[in-house]
Design a protein around this ligand. Structure first.
Ligand code: AHR
Length: 504
C-alpha cells in the first residue's frame, strides 16, 4: 500500500518566498501581444487598446513580474521602432518567428500595461544583432529622469517620469543556433560584461541577468555557464535558466516526474556558478533567474522555417490537459524548494503562446488547466519556504528510474500564522495517503483542501467548455493533535491551507 509522510516545523526554513518567483513572460510572438494582451478593436479594450477581459484574468492569475519583449524576438529587435507616434513607427520583419511586426505596441505601451496589470517589468536587451551603445540608450531612455537627448525623447513621447526599470536580461538564448546573432560563450561573456558595466554607468540601481544555456540538453551546457560567468561574475546578479518539458508517446509516468530533471538542472547551475565564484575568489553568491519554464509540446511545432511573413498568426497555442497542470504544479514546487538560490522565475508565456490564458481574436478569453496551480501558488505561497522532511513510496519511470510519488513543499506566513502545503501525487493509479506532522505550529485547523485532478487526464478547457477542469474542494483532510491526514487522488495537484485554530 502506498504511503507518504512529512514533518514540518517552523524552525526549519529554507528561505523567504521571493515574490519574483511568480513571474510570467510576454513576447512579441504569435498572438501573445497582438490579440492577446493588446487588441484595440476588442469589445473589452480600454482607451490604450489593452484587452479588459485578459487584464482581469491576469490579475486573477497573479504574476508579480513579466519579462518582455522576448525571447528569440529580442535578438533582432530595435527598441526605437516601438516608441514615438504610432503612425510613424515602421513595420518590420521579425526574423525570429518569420512574422510581420507592426510596432504598434512597444516599450511605453508595455510599461503602461504592466502598471495596470500590477506587475514588475523584466526588460530584455538585444545582444544578438546589437551591442553596448543600444543597451545604454535603452536604459537612458527608460530610466534617466530628463535633460538628455534620450530621456527628453521619452518625455516628448508623453512619459514624464522615468520608468525606473530595475531588472534587465542581457540578451536571450545566445548559445542557440536558432538565435539571430548566436555567439560562443566567450564572445557572449565579453559582450554581456561590457554591456552590463555600461548600463550600470547609466543607472547604478539596475539588476542584471546573464544568459545561461537554452536548456540542460545543449551540448555546451555547464561549460557555457562557466565561461560566461568567468567574464560576467563581477557584473551580473543572476544567471538565467530555460526549460520546457512535454510528454513523449504514452509515457505519462516519466512526464509526471520531469520536475526531478528540473531539480538536477538547478543544482547543476548552482554548482557551476559556485565553482566559478570560488575560482574568482568572489564572496557574492549568484542567484538564479529561471526566466522561461513550462510545458511545451515542441513535437507539434511546425518549425520557424515553415512559417511565412504574417501578422499575429496563431503559434504554439498548446491546449493544456489535466496532467499538464499537475506537472506545472510540480515545477512550482521545485522552484519553491530552491528558493534559497532561485530568486526569479517566469512561466513562458502569459497569453496564447503555451499560456495559462487563451483568447479568441475579438472573442472570449479563458483559463487553461495550468492557470490554476500558478494562481494558487502565487496567492498562497507566502512568508517562508520550509524544509520538509519527506518520506514517500516510489514508482518506476522509464526516464528517471524510481521516483517518489509525493512531490511537496510548504510555506509558513509568520504574520498570519497560515501554513500552506503544496503537494503532487505523481501516481496515476493510486490515491496516496499523506500524514503530516505539524505539531510545531501550535493549534491549527484545515481551512481548505483544493484538488485539481480528473478521471480523464486528457481533459482540457476550451472556449465552449472553459470550466471543464477547475480545482475542486477535497474531502477527508483531518487534523488531530498536530497530525494532518489526507488522501491525495491519483495524478493530482493539491493545496492544503492550515490556519490558526480559534482559541477555546
Ligand atoms: O517561449 C518561446 C521561445 O522559447 C522563446 O522565444 C525562446 O527564448 C525559447 O526558445
Amino acid at each position: 500500500m502506498a504511503h507518504s509522510s512529512l514533518v514540518l516545523d517552523p524552525r526549519f526554513s529554507l528561505a523567504d518566498v521571493d515574490r519574483r518567483l511568480f513571474g510570467s513572460f510576454v513576447e512579441h510572438m504569435g498572438r501573445c501581444v497582438y490579440t492577446g494582451i493588446f487588441e484595440p478593436d476588442h469589445p473589452t479594450a480600454d482607451e490604450s487598446g489593452f484587452r479588459g477581459d485578459v487584464l482581469e484574468l491576469v490579475r486573477e492569475l497573479g504574476p508579480t513580474l513579466v519579462r518582455y519583449p522576448g525571447g528569440n524576438f529580442v535578438s533582432s529587435y530595435r527598441w526605437e521602432d516601438g516608441v514615438g507616434p504610432v503612425e510613424e513607427r515602421p513595420q518590420r520583419l521579425d526574423l525570429a518567428w518569420r512574422a510581420l511586426e507592426p510596432n504598434t505596441f512597444g516599450l511605453n505601451e508595455f510599461m503602461a500595461w504592466a502598471g495596470v496589470a500590477g506587475v514588475e517589468p523584466m526588460m530584455a536587451i538585444n545582444l544578438g544583432t546589437r551591442g553596448v551603445a543600444e543597451a545604454c540608450d535603452l536604459v537612458e531612455y527608460s530610466n534617466h529622469p530628463g535633460g538628455t537627448y534620450l530621456s527628453d525623447l521619452r518625455r516628448s513621447h508623453g512619459v514624464k517620469d522615468p520608468h525606473d526599470i530595475k531588472l534587465w536580461c542581457l540578451g536571450n538564448e545566445l548559445d542557440g543556433p536558432w538565435q539571430v546573432g548566436q555567439k560562443t560563450a566567450h564572445e557572449y561573456g565579453r559582450l554581456a560584461a561590457e554591456a552590463g558595466k555600461a548600463m550600470r554607468l547609466v543607472d547604478p540601481s539596475i539588476e542584471l541577468v546573464a544568459v545561461g544555456s537554452s536548456h540542460s540538453g545543449m551540448a555546451t551546457f555547464a561549460s557555457w555557464e562557466a565561461t560566461v560567468l568567468e567574464h560576467t561574475y563581477g557584473v551580473v546578479d543572476y544567471i538565467s535558466l530555460h526549460t520546457y518539458y512535454e510528454q513523449h508517446d504514452d509515457d505519462v509516468e516519466s512526464f509526471l516526474a520531469t520536475a526531478t530533471d528540473m531539480d538536477m538542472f538547478i543544482d547543476a547551475v548552482i554548482a557551476t556558478a559556485d565553482h566559478v565564484g570560488a575560482r574568482l575568489r568572489q564572496r557574492k553568491k549568484l542567484r538564479l533567474a529561471f526566466d522561461e519554464w513550462n510545458v511545451w509540446y515542441q513535437q507539434r511545432f511546425v518549425g520557424v522555417r515553415n512559417l511565412d511573413w504574417q501578422y499575429a498568426r496563431p503559434l504554439i497555442e498548446d491546449n493544456f490537459t489535466v496532467v499538464d497542470a499537475v506537472v506545472v504544479g510540480s515545477y512550482l514546487i521545485s522552484l519553491l524548494n530552491h528558493a534559497d538560490r532561485v530568486a526569479i522565475a517566469c512561466q513562458a508565456q502569459l497569453v496564447n503562446i503555451i499560456a495559462p490564458i487563451l483568447t479568441e481574436p475579438g472573442g472570449v478569453a479563458w483559463r487553461q488547466t495550468i492557470f490554476y496551480p500558478f494562481a494558487q501558488a502565487a496567492r498562497f505561497a507566502r512568508g517562508r519556504v520550509l524544509r520538509p522532511l519527506i518520506e514517500s513510496s516510489s514508482y518506476p519511470t522509464a526516464r528517471f528510474g524510481e521516483v517518489p510519488m509525493l512531490h511537496a513543499t510548504a510555506t509558513y506566513d509568520d504574520e498570519t500564522g497560515e501554513l500552506s502545503l503544496f503537494a503532487v501525487n505523481r501516481s496515476t493509479t493510486e490515491t496516496l495517503p499523506l500524514t503530516a506532522d505539524v505539531r510545531g505550529f501550535g493549534a491549527l485547523q484545515v481551512a481548505d483542501h483544493s484538488v485539481l485532478a480528473d478521471d480523464d487526464l486528457q481533459a482540457r478547457n476550451t472556449a465552449d467548455q472553459p470550466d471543464r477542469v477547475v480545482p475542486r474542494r477535497g474531502s477527508g483532510a483531518r487534523l488531530t493533535d498536530g497530525e494532518l491526514t489526507v488522501g491525495l487522488p491519483p495524478a493530482s495537484w493539491n493545496v492544503l491551507r492550515l490556519t490558526p485554530a480559534p482559541a477555546g
